[in-house]
Design a protein around this ligand. Sequence first.
Ligand code: ZN
Length: 370
Amino acid sequence: MKEDYYDILEISKSATAAEIKKAYRKKALQYHPDKNPGDHEAEAMFKKSAEAYEVLSDPNKRSRYDQYGHRAFENGGGFGGGGMNMEDIFSQFGDIFGGAFGGGFGGGFGGGGRRTVKGSNLRIRVQLTLEEIANGVEKKIKVKRKKLAKGTTYKTCSTCNGQGQVTRIQNTILGRMQTSATCSTCGGLGQIVDSKPANADAEGMLVTEETVSIKIPAGVVDGMQLKVSGKGNDAPGNGIAGDLLVAIEEKPHPTLQREGDNLHYDLYISFSEAALGTSREIETVTGKVRIKIDNGAQSGKILRLRNKGIPSINGYGTGDLLVHVNVWTPKSLSKEQREFFEKMSNDEHFQPKPEKEDKSFFEKVKDMFS
Ligand SMILES: [Zn+2]
């Protein structure tokens, strides 16, 4: 059971934005990794508080959380299984601690004045069928990522003495100015490669192919991007690996059209089927379904198959499958058929008599959105 965000920050459900910020600031200071080196419990609390703050400080997310609890983010957020990483947390700090703290804390994790170096992100595209989107799927994908080669060792950078930053003092007309910049020798890492295997690159990395398993939740949308934390390129030294960013591509379905979480299907029935009634097997994203069409079916009728659409990515139920009935009028007739229809043209049963249930097009549209 996931802990309540309000309990984590020890605030009431009606806490104001300022109270939330204050509570988080207190927790962040208490559990900061620099104050609790090697203390995994403190680190876990540090991350939990950051996650709680991330949600409660955003009015939109907060209202969704208040309404649905942790369920609100089960599918949409938290990909890669693990809330926020340290970099995300530190990037919040400018906002929380203001300028005075922002820099110091941002660089704090990992010790000294070094900044945590993060490996670069990798991007891939994954093509999914509508069935895979409707049911969720686990994809195993081969990814070429830079990994730290075995046998690579590092030594302290002598340019910055391991600080990752170089400070310069300049005399200007405004007085003495102190400026600091990222060390160009080590790129801010504070360490440089000491020895590495012959086949590794200058940073001690090797490109390796790895099969990454990606759990794709049901209801994703074309263009959406999922993040698998730590499956990007490794960072040199004691940095953290980048992320694998997965762009979702939806393959067109041969018979179903998606519109949000609803699906549409065009059903064509013959003139005689419309008059006599029929039943048809149609394909849905969860298998075949037999539907019954009553005699006297009109073209334009919409049959709604509830929950046969796409589950909402945010967990708000499942869409419907809307079957649009189209009556196929014969385009050519034999002599006999022509005579039959001519005979029928004045027949009472062949005269249009729209009833209440044969709603107008606009009424039907209204119905669909209500
Ligand atoms: Zn350096």
